[in-house]
Design a protein. Sequence first.
Length: 132
Amino acid sequence: MNILVVDDKKSIRDSLSQLLVARGYNVDTAVNGLDGFEKAQQGNYQLFVIDHLMPLMNGALLSKNIKQTTQYANTPIVFITTQPKENIARLPEANLFGQVLIKPLNESQFLSTVSSLLAELSLETTMSTNAS
């Protein structure tokens, strides 16, 4: 499974990458929303981990741009933020996020979220393949 982690803080990119690689995932990173969108267009990802507040393109706009591409219309997004969940729920893009996690992240909750979103994606893929 390929995962793209997009966060403007190197320490967060590095720690999330290490966590995911240790679980056997392939991980690429991007330093801001614009970099993330360019990498998404060049790659093949099954999950995105996207920070909310970043320069050049914030996480909400990146999520919207990613979801508007045919390739990623059903790809889950873990949206990470320092903002309260109520504020995120009011964003016009809130329905695009598979899960919203508040920083600082709880490692086991983060890994559990990633695992469950990827399991749902695998199940949907299997069901649509069997239906064809």
